[in-house]
Ligand binder design. Sequence first.
Ligand SMILES: Nc1ncnc2c1ncn2[C@@H]1O[C@H](COP(=O)(O)OP(=O)(O)O)[C@@H](O)[C@H]1O
Ligand SMILES: [Mg+2]
Length: 333
Amino acid sequence: MPTGAQLKALLKSLEEGDDQRLYSVALQMAAHEAHLGHGKLATDLRKLIDSIRGKQRSVVEHQHRLPTPLAQPRGELAGLLSVTYPDVRLIDVILPKDLEKRVRRVLHEHRQDAKLRSHGLFPRSKLLLVGPPGSGKTMTARALAGELRVPLFSIMLDGLITKFMGETAAKLRLVFDAMRRTQGVYLFDEFDAIGGQRTFSNDVGEVRRILNSFLSLLEEMDPSSLVVAATNHPELLDRALSRRFDDVLDYDFPSIDLAKRALRGRFSTLDTSQVNWDAVASLSAGLSYAEIIKACDDAAKAAILADRDAIDTDQLRASIEERKRAKSQSAAG
Ligand SMILES: Nc1ncnc2c1ncn2[C@@H]1O[C@H](COP(=O)(O)OP(=O)(O)O)[C@@H](O)[C@H]1O
Ligand SMILES: [Mg+2]
């Protein structure tokens, strides 16, 4: 059953017509039920919320096609942010020790928000995640939301960036305004699209202005939310930019040891007692976490479909080799 406080928050959002907050409260209630072990109820609630959101969004899209669209900040926001409620935990993300420590510090500071504020301090809330694809940047954003039990809002850059600077700045402002109302993790994936020196536009001055408006909004943002900007292309980012974040976190492909952890952790129902982990881990050098996990899943599927209940080293080797070939081909092509 919802607590009185949750019910009150829900009704208040309804009264104020604040849909984002309403969804957020409803999702918090779903998470609460999941926490109490009421998995079915939690799933039903989330499905209901998704379905209501879906309907709202199609109404909004319809309105946008009308010749004179109404000014609808709520509606517009729906086209700029997509919300999920991840249940990923930090322990699921395999990271080198020092990086994990820095991510934990972010969580710790947010959990102790009130204590810090009572001394005029704020939790670190602006993170820049840099590193190659498949290294866990998006997953970290999901884990931050999962750990803090807040929604993950992914900013849809194609919705955000328009040909007209004035519009893009106004849309950015909408997103930052939402942070004030709804606590969450706000993920700017492919951040180089905004922060990059080469972007959709050839007009360098225009790109600068978008970046500047992002930076000034970042400066004033409410630190009870988290902004996570992620990029695969550090070389596109302006150097001065990294100073504006509280933390710049560097992601990379796994070391042999971490690859071993990723490999070992992937098989839950199959017997792996015959696998030589050291051998397959060294073979996987040069693959990302995402690719290693895919290779594991390939090997697991092959075993299951051949009605075997064990993975052996050769089978896993073959799947890793296949991923490596696919990778070198796509790099060459
Ligand atoms: N560090 C990691 N630890 C565990 N799994 C990972 C890690 N990095 C990537 N993965 C796996 O690969 C998938 C894609 O990774 P993702 O976080 O989207 O990479 P990125 O955002 O850095 O491109 C994840 O959903 C997860 O299954
Ligand atoms: Mg990503």
